[in-house]
Ligand binder design. Structure first.
Ligand code: PGA
Length: 246
């Protein structure tokens, strides 16, 4: 695992956007693993700009998102389908909608949907570059603490900490979905390359625990030590040296 503190949020996001750009340029049939959340908004803004100025055709790029809420429609303003279209897909006309994949959290048969998604990942994958945020509790995707490392795409219950963190996007905490479909830890680990991005003081505790090097299901992100090609990209606020207090 390579850990890089790039100083500022802007630099950290710029690095991730650049790496996605490089991947897209190196292979126009790339498979990208995408993430949502506040962390990625700036990455996608920068990526949109880079793709525009390089006049890149995205029609053969395939994308897989990590997760989607259960209990709200795909076109709900806070669904991840809406987020991805608002922040990334709608800004660039050459995306091929049929190659854009998110789990369907309003599928009639949710179990079948998890199996469909995992099978599609296997069929279209492996993912060339998977980008990840990290939860304040160390989750990756919606794989909450305690999730077995061999988990595949499944229906997951969100922890109170995650519901609380996500409530900033909803009018009341009661409106925050309590379940989601998430790629599993094993599904994420199949990616050829993984870039985890974390910035801001709220992530400092999870990053501090990650940097101890202990591999434990209590901190799902620690599974990444078992992957041969992982970078953890930080800013000053998320990266605190041993001596500093949080
Ligand atoms: P955030 O979420 O980017 O909104 O902080 C990251 C995550 O929970 O994985």
């Amino acid at each position: 695992m390579q850990i890089m503190n790039l100083g500022s949020k802007e630099e950290a996001c710029h690095y991730v956007a650049n790496e996605l750009l490089k991947q897209i340029i190196s292979n126009k049939k790339s498979v990208l693993g995408l993430a949502t959340g506040g962390t990625m908004v700036r990455v996608y803004e920068q990526l949109v700009n880079l793709i525009r100025i390089n006049e890149i055709d995205l029609s053969e790029i395939t994308t897989f998102n990590l997760d989607e809420y259960i209990g709200i429609d795909y076109d709900h303003p806070e669904s991840y389908y809406t987020y991805m279209h608002d922040v990334l897909f709608n800004h660039l006309p050459s995306w091929n909608e049929s190659r854009i994949h998110l789990p369907n959290g309003s599928a009639e048969d949710l179990e079948a949907e998890t199996k469909r998604y995992e099978a599609l990942l296997d069929q279209e994958g492996p993912i060339d570059v998977q980008i990840l945020g990290i939860g304040e509790n160390g989750h990756i995707g919606f794989n909450e603490p305690g999730t077995p490392f061999d988990s595949v795409t499944s229906i997951v219950n969100l922890t109170e900490s995650t519901i609380e963190a996500n409530s900033r996007y909803f009018e009341t905490i009661e409106e925050v979905p309590e379940q989601a479909i998430s790629m599993g830890i094993q599904s994420i680990m199949k990616a050829k390359r993984i870039i985890l991005l974390a910035y801001g003081p709220k992530k400092a505790e999870a990053i501090k625990r990650l940097l101890t090097g202990d591999i434990t299901t209590d901190l799902p992100a620690s599974v990444l030590y078992n992957h041969p090609n992982v970078e953890v990209i930080l800013d000053n606020n998320a990266y605190l040296s041993e001596e500093e207090d949080i």
